[in-house]
Design a protein around this ligand. Structure first.
Ligand code: AMP
Length: 401
């Protein structure tokens, strides 16, 4: 049987491998469980060190008693096993298994599939949990044990997500504090798979948010992107800025782009698309991107979709900043005085950029509308008002991923 093979992405070499090589540096380390990918997080030695720490602390406190360790199934079975091997004094072991019906947990109705051990009167109970996050299961356990006649009960958890724990009970022993990311392995599962892994893996997040800021030159895309990238922790890629950087530094790309930019024409697609891909590739750890000034043609929009799809990513929304041409011309001429951009200083060039926009870029509205991803925002007003309008659209996206 190929019980271990499905974990290995190696077995599925294909275009997707390229993606993950960028995301996690080494593709061979990713595993797939059902529909999700996970990347290595804790090595076996790190886990065992945490187990040893808990065992040593408890051993110091309980060397004069024979405590009963109660493992919480299913997740804690591996922890309990290694813990007992590391525990040097006499002890007993038992297990509980709880199951809460969905929708009933808030009422505290819990089905006990495997109950508290018998004969615990006057004994010290130490509950062994694999992970404590919000503390909901813990609450159920405390409820369960507080009704018994045990002398005392304590909580030991191998992993502890302190960021999200909102319970009122102190966790008496913690192996390792971990961030709030979904983990599997070493007893923990994702839809029942992954429990037999010796190491702990973290979900390889792919639900990033990628935005296209759409709008004519001067609509405020760059200004707004500056705020949005901070607010949402996104990487801002402005193709115009990348071209200008290259022009300033006299690179081949800069020389090539200059003549087009100086006229207010679009730079050819092949050049722009390759450049955009490079910029994305340079940021493998980004939580998402704001594409500003890209795509500007049908070919670029299709290339972007294909490229992102090959990386298991997508454009989540295209947001247009709407403003009248006359307002924009005035804004650009004003900007040109400060920035020194030659394409902002000449009304004829500005009008040509609008022409390019109307012919080549405006049709993308239909492209994204067809995908249900087009949003329009009034781009006239105070800067922070406009940021608010954009944030309304974006917050909705975060709720939906
Ligand atoms: P921007 O700063 O976005 O207004 O861009 C300035 C100039 O860079 C444009 O007028 C184009 O010549 C060029 N450019 C920027 N982005 C693109 C793109 N996606 N496709 C083609 N040319 C672009």
């Amino acid at each position: 049987m190929n019980s271990l093979k499905p974990y290995k992405l190696k077995a599925q070499r294909g275009p997707k491998n390229v993606i993950f090589a960028h995301l996690i540096k080494s593709i061979d380390e990713l595993i797939k469980l059902h529909d999700k990918f996970f990347r290595p997080y804790l090595k076996e030695a790190q886990i065992l060190e945490a187990v040893q720490k808990v065992a040593t602390e408890i051993a110091n406190d309980y060397k004069d008693q024979v405590p009963i360790f109660v493992g919480v199934l299913n997740g804690a079975f591996m922890f309990v096993s290694d813990f007992l091997k590391a525990y040097p004094h006499p002890c007993e072991v038992s297990f509980v298994r709880l199951s809460s019906y969905q929708g009933l947990t808030s009422t505290g109705i819990v089905e006990t599939l495997l109950d508290v051990p018998e004969n615990i009167e006057g004994r010290s109970i130490i509950i062994l949990e694999d992970v404590i996050d919000t503390g909901r299961t813990l609450k159920q356990l405390v409820h369960l044990f507080s009704q018994t006649n045990a002398k005392e009960f304590k909580i030991a958890s191998l992993f502890y997500k302190s960021e999200v724990y909102n319970g009122e009970y102190a966790i008496d022993y913690v192996g390792l504090e971990i961030p709030d990311a979904f983990i599997v392995g070493y007893g923990l599962d994702y839809k029942e798979l992954g429990r037999n892994l010796r190491e702990v893996y973290q979900l390889n997040q792919t639900n990033m948010i990628n935005l296209v800021l759409f709008g004519k030159p001067g609509a405020g895309k760059g200004t707004q992107a500056g705020f949005l990238k901070e607010k949402y922790n996104l990487k801002h890629i402005s193709t115009g800025d990348v071209f200008r950087y290259n022009m300033k530094n006299g690179t081949e790309l800069g020389k090539l782009a200059k003549s087009y930019i100086d006229r207010g024409d679009l730079v050819p697609d092949e050049v722009t698309i390759d450049m955009l891909k490079d910029e994305v590739e340079k940021n493998p750890d980004a939580a998402g991107f704001i594409f500003d000034g890209f795509p500007r043609t049908d070919a670029q929009a299709e290339a972007l979709d294909n490229f992102l799809e090959s990386k298991d990513m997508q454009v989540n929304a295209t947001i247009a900043l709407e403003a009248d041409d006359d307002v924009l011309v005035a804004r650009l001429l004003e900007r040109g005085k400060e920035s020194g951009r030659s394409d902002d200083q000449d009304e004829a060039k500005i009008r040509n950029r609008f022409e390019e926009y109307n012919h080549k870029t405006a049709p993308l509205k239909a492209y994204y509308e067809k995908q249900g991803k087009f949003h329009s925002v009034n781009g006239i007003g105070e800067i922070d008002e406009i940021t608010e309008r954009l944030a309304k659209v974006i917050d909705q996206l975060f709720h939906n991923v």
